[in-house]
Structure formats: C-alpha cells, structure tokens
Design a protein around this ligand. Structure first.
Ligand code: C2G
Length: 128
C-alpha cells in the first residue's frame, strides 16, 4: 500500500485542485490531504472564502481523497510523513524545491499546476 500525502487550502474547489488530487492519488494507493485550517490560512496570508469545515466537505466528495487531516503549521510535514507512514509527498510545482527536506523520509513529487484557474479568479467572476 503506497501512501501519498498533499497539503493545501483547496478553497472554492475547482478543476485545478481536482486534477492535482487525481494525479496525487495515482502516485499510490491511498491519498491523505492535509487541509489548511482557517488559522493557518491567516498565517499563509490567504483569505479563504469557505471555512475549514466547508472545504473539508467539498474534499470528502472526491473519490481520490481517502483521509483528511488538519494542516496547522508549516513544520508539521516531517511528523505527518512519519506518523502516517507516507511513501510520497506531492504538491503543485509552484512549490518546487520548498519541501525537498522531506526526501529523507519519502519521495517528493512536484506536479505541474493547471493553468488559468484559481480560487481568486473564480471569486472575481462570482463578484460579477
Ligand atoms: N493547484 C493546481 N492548479 C491550480 C491551483 C492549485 O495544481 N490552478 C494545486 C496547488 O499547486 C496545490 C493544491 O492545488 O498543490 C492546493 O492549492 P492551494 O489551495 O492554493 O494550496 P496552497 O495555498 O499552495 O497550500 O503547506 C503547503 C500549503 O498548505 C500549500
């Protein structure tokens, strides 16, 4: 059982997120998503439109996601990877190089982002 983990806010869930999660799941047999808490979003300087609970509910609807845990700090990744017996850490290539320190515990895969779609863009359109 090859276990994969990825991290993010996943606000206003869109096809860019879904494609990433589908590809993340395809790297193994089990995908854990560490979902940024509302407090951690503030630390990231991100104002999510939806609460942690709403964003969690969206992710739970996806067949690619096997478990959702909370992301509260920048430095929980090494602990998470060991605690959940992770084989692969993956995230979009906007983070390339940032998490190479995890290579002592697991594979690290940066995946291409899906262009032209973002929660910010969607919010802007919704504003009309
Ligand atoms: N993503 C993507 N294509 C997009 C938008 C996002 O592939 N058009 C990917 C990002 O690269 C990331 C994931 O979807 O891997 C979640 O994106 P965000 O919610 O923006 O995550 P971020 O704020 O980058 O949080 O500790 C790591 C952080 O929590 C990552």
């Amino acid at each position: 059982m090859r276990r994969v983990i990825t991290y993010g806010t996943f606000d206003t869930l869109h096809y860019g997120h879904i494609r990433l999660l589908k590809r993340a799941r395809a790297l193994g047999d089990y995908l854990i998503v560490a979902l940024s808490s509302d407090a951690f979003n503030a630390e990231k300087g991100k104002k999510a439109k939806f609460s942690f609970e709403d964003r969690k509910t969206d992710l739970e609807a996806l067949k690619y996601v096997d478990l959702i845990i909370e992301e509260n700090t920048w430095d929980q990744k090494s602990t998470d990877v060991q605690a959940h017996d992770i084989d692969v850490f993956t995230i979009g290539d906007d983070w390339t190089g940032e998490f190479d320190f995890l290579k002592e515990h697991c594979d690290v895969v940066y995946m291409p982002r899906t262009p032209e779609i973002s929660s910010t863009l969607i919010r802007g359109r919704a504003a009309g």
